[in-house]
Design a protein around this ligand. Structure first.
Ligand SMILES: Nc1ncnc2c1ncn2[C@@H]1O[C@H](COP(=O)(O)OP(=O)(O)OP(=O)(O)O)[C@@H](O)[C@H]1O
Ligand SMILES: Nc1nc2c(ncn2[C@@H]2O[C@H](COP(=O)(O)O)[C@@H](O)[C@H]2O)c(=O)[nH]1
Length: 202
């Protein structure tokens, strides 16, 4: 069989639902899954490292990257820029590695426009809104203003769920990860994606 290209997975969902936590767990379970490190203009949180959690950029630098078409997608989310550097994603997919983007919905919709059905779009939802608020508070990363803005855009974000291929509830973390792993396994067997032809077995 020919070496296949990797598959691009897009994981979105409201702030605090657990996208980062799920990605960290998935990367332990799936060694072929590469994580795309985003660029952002937001300030690093305690414990975050440049090049690991994000590439932290000034507004000027980020805007130059936009002008140079360096992003697969980018968005302004509650006052800061976030974007996916395209070159890393392209290299990894070409090498046959699956890549996961952990991004908000405006960016996910741009990727949908750009690559259509070649990407697999997964929306992560909380068990309920009270639990979502509890998780953002527990993380203690946001000012009251930032938390309120994040919760305010949540409803708008949830309305875009119909543009996704899969919806996974992040209640029990390991179960949610198992479900995403099952999606990845199923996608890896798709006939069209693997350009399967019966002659291969003759
Ligand atoms: N299944 C879960 N059960 C309970 N707590 C969880 C679960 N998943 C994540 N959390 C907790 O919820 C908080 C938010 O998680 P995380 O930072 O991964 O969310 P996120 O969706 O990446 O947020 P953001 O979009 O704001 O970056 C963290 O404190 C994390 O430990
Ligand atoms: N459109 C994009 N959104 C991204 C990207 N990287 C992260 N994000 C999303 O932004 C919000 C806020 O993140 P936080 O780290 O400040 O909590 C969250 O939904 C992230 O998933 C990106 O490259 N493009």
């Amino acid at each position: 069989m020919n070496k296949r290209e990797g598959v691009l997975y897009i994981l979105s969902g409201p702030s605090g639902v657990g996208k980062g936590t799920v990605c960290t767990q998935l990367r332990k379970q799936l060694l072929n899954l590469k994580y795309s490190v985003s660029a952002t203009t937001r300030a690093p949180r305690a414990g975050e490292t440049d090049g690991v959690n994000y590439f932290f950029k000034s507004k000027d630098k980020f805007e130059k990257m936009i002008q140079n078409n360096e992003f697969l997608e980018w968005a302004n989310y509650v006052g800061n820029y976030y974007g996916t550097p395209y070159s890393y994603v392209q290299e990894q997919l070409k090498e046959g590695h699956d890549v996961i983007l952990e991004i908000e919905v405006q960016g996910a919709m741009q990727v949908r426009e750009r690559i259509g059905k070649d990407g697999v779009f997964i929306f992560l939802v909380p068990p309920n809104v009270a639990e979502l608020k509890r998780r953002i508070l527990e993380r203690a990363s946001e000012t009251d203003e930032s938390m309120n803005q994040r919760l305010k855009v949540m409803e708008k974000e949830m309305k875009l769920i119909q543009h996704y291929d899969y919806c996974v509830v992040n209640d029990d973390l390991l179960y949610a990860c198992q479900q995403i792993e099952a999606i990845i396994t199923a996608e890896s067997c798709r006939v069209e994606r693997n350009k399967i032809k019966y002659e291969q077995w003759l």
